[in-house]
Design a protein around this ligand. Structure first.
Ligand code: NAD
Length: 409
C-alpha cells in the first residue's frame, strides 16, 4: 500500500533509502538538518558520489520532497531514522544524533505511525531512546504507535551491494510492530525475535570484519618476519573451499563502520562489567598498522641517496577505500599527517574524492592524465587502487623514482 514516508538523515544510508522507497511507489519526504545538502538536492545535484544527479532529478520528478522544514514531516505513516552514530576521540559512542532525531519527531508522529531506526548502534538503544520516549508520551507501543529496528548493510563502493537487494534484518518492539515493519519492507526480510538481537547482529557483522582484518594484519607481520609474501600465503589459504574467508592486511581500516561499530559493543560491555579482549586487541592491531607501514616505507626510502625527511612525496589515493569518494576516518589521511609531522613534503592526489566530502585540512589535488608530474617526486606512495588508477598503474610505476604500493599484499 502506498505510504507517506519520512527519511531522516540524507547521507550514505538515507539517500539510497529514499530511492528504494520511491521505487516502491511510496510518497517520500527526505529530511536533513544540513541545509547545504537539502539545497543541493532541490537543485537536482547529488551530494553523494554513490548517487547520480540523474537519480536525484528522477526523485524530484516523482514528487519527492527534500526539506529541512520540520513542519513538512507532521503526521506521516512511516519515519525512518538514518542519522550518524559516531564515536568520540575516546571511542565512546555518540548517541546525540539519534536523540535529536527522536526529539524532532516526538510531537510529529500520528497514531498508527511506524518508526524504524536504521542507524547502527548498541543493543538497547531502540528501547532506551525510542520505546521509552514515546511510551512517556502516552503512546501504547504496538497498539497506536509501532517501533522497529532494521540495520542498514549497504557497502559503499561495492556495486554488488545495492541496498534494495541485501536481505534485511527486522525486529519490532512487539509482534504487531514486527508485522508492520515486515509488511513495509516486503521481500528480502529476515525477522528476529527482538530489537536487541537485530542491534547486536549488525554490530557482530562489522566486529567480525574488524577481528579478521586484524588477524590478516598480524599475518602480515608474521610473513614479513619470515620473509614470505603475505599475499601468496593468503592466496594459498583461500584455495580451501570451506571454513576460510580471505581478509587482507592494510594500513588501517577507514570509513565509518568497521573502525566505529565494534566500540559500541566494547563500550556497552565495559559498562556491564564484561571483558572483550579479542575485540580490544583487534582494535589495537588495526591502530598499530599505520606505524608498521610507515616503518616499511621508511625502509624503502633508505634505498635512496636522500634522507627520508628531505624527500618530496606524492600520495596517490586518499579516500578510505577503493572507488569511494569519502575520506571519513581515512587511514591515508592519517599517514599524510604522520609524514608531515616528520617534516616530509607531501602532495596528495585523488581523482575520485567527491567535492562534498572534503572536510580535511589536507589539500588534495587531481593528477594530470599523462602522470608526467610524478617524475618530480622522490617517492610515490600508491595508497588507494581506484579503478581509474589501476588501469594506468604501469605508467604510474614507470614515472616514479621510488614506488611503494600499499594496495598489493
Ligand atoms: N555509510 C555506510 O556505509 C553505512 C552502512 C551501514 C550502516 N551505516 C550506519 O547508518 C547510519 C547513517 O550513516 P551515514 O553513512 O548515512 O551517515 P552520513 O553522515 O552520510 O549521513 C547522515 C545524515 O544525517 C543528517 N543528520 C544528522 N542529525 C540529523 C537530525 N537530527 N535530523 C535530520 N538529519 C540529521 C546529517 O546531516 C547527514 O546528512 C550510521 O549509524 C551508520 O553507522 C552506514
Amino acid at each position: 500500500m502506498k505510504k507517506e514516508v519520512v527519511v531522516i538523515g540524507l547521507g550514505y544510508v538515507g539517500l539510497p533509502s529514499v530511492i528504494n522507497h520511491v521505487k516502491k511507489r511510496h510518497k517520500v519526504i527526505g529530511f536533513d538538518v544540513d541545509k547545504r545538502k537539502v539545497d543541493m538536492l532541490n537543485k537536482g545535484i547529488s551530494p553523494l558520489d554513490t548517487v547520480s544527479n540523474e537519480t536525484v532529478q528522477m526523485l524530484q520528478e516523482k514528487g519527492t520532497i527534500f526539506t529541512y522544514d520540520a513542519q513538512q514531516i507532521v503526521a506521516k505513516d512511516v519515519y525512518i531514522i538514518d542519522v550518524p552514530t559516531p564515536i568520540d576521540k575516546n571511542k565512546i559512542p555518540d548517541l546525540s544524533y539519534i536523540k535529536s532525531a527522536v526529539d524532532l519527531i516526538k510531537n510529529k508522529v500520528k497514531k498508527g505511525s511506524l518508526i524504524i531506526l536504521e542507524s547502527t548502534t548498541y543493543p538497547g538503544t531502540t528501547e532506551d531512546y525510542l520505546v521509552a520516549e514515546f511510551s512517556n508520551l502516552d503512546y501504547q507501543i504496538g497498539v497506536d504507535l509501532f517501533i522497529a529496528y532494521s540495520p542498514e548493510r549497504i557497502d559503499p563502493g561495492n556495486t554488488q551491494s545495492l541496498s534494495a537487494k541485501i536481505p534485511r534484518i527486522v525486529a519490532g518492539h512487539t509482534d504487531k510492530c514486527l508485522a508492520e515493519v515486515k509488511e513495509f519492507f516486503g521481500s528480502h526480510v529476515s525477522s528476529v525475535p527482538n530489537l536487541k538481537t537485530a542491534e547486536l547482529a549488525k554490530l557482530y557483522e562489522n566486529t567480525f570484519r574488524l577481528v579478521n582484518i586484524a588477524l590478516a594484519d598480524e599475518l602480515q607481520k608474521i610473513s614479513d618476519n619470515l620473509d614470505i609474501k603475505v599475499g601468496e600465503v593468503l592466496e594459498a589459504a583461500a584455495t580451501k573451499p570451506f571454513g576460510f574467508m580471505k581478509f587482507t592486511p592494510n594500513l588501517g581500516i577507514g570509513g565509518h563502520c568497521i573502525p566505529v561499530d565494534p566500540y559500541y559493543l566494547t563500550w556497552l560491555m565495559a559498562d556491564r562489567g564484561v571483558e572483550t579482549p579479542l575485540i580490544d586487541t583487534a582494535g589495537k592491531i588495526n591502530d598499530s598498522m599505520l606505524d608498521y607501514y610507515l616503518e616499511k616505507i621508511n625502509h624503502l626510502a633508505s634505498k635512496s641517496k636522500k634522507e627520508f625527511t628531505e624527500m618530496i612525496v606524492a600520495v596517490i589515493g586518499v579516500t578510505y577505500k577503493k572507488n569511494v569518494a569519502d575520506i571519513r576516518m581515512s587511514s591515508v589521511i592519517s599517514l599524510i599527517k604522520k609524514l608531515k609531522e616528520k617534516n616530509i613534503t607531501v602532495v596528495a592526489y585523488d581523482d575520485v574524492m567527491h567535492p562534498y566530502s572534503v572536510s580535511t585540512d589536507e589539500t588534495i589535488v587531481t593528477l594530470e592524465p599523462d602522470y608526467q608530474q610524478l617524475t618530480q617526486y622522490d617517492l610515490v606512495i600508491y595508497a588507494v587502487d581506484h579503478d581509474i588508477y589501476e588501469d594506468k598503474k604501469n605508467i604510474i610505476l614507470d614515472k616514479s623514482q621510488l614506488f611503494y604500493d600499499l594496495t598489493t599484499v
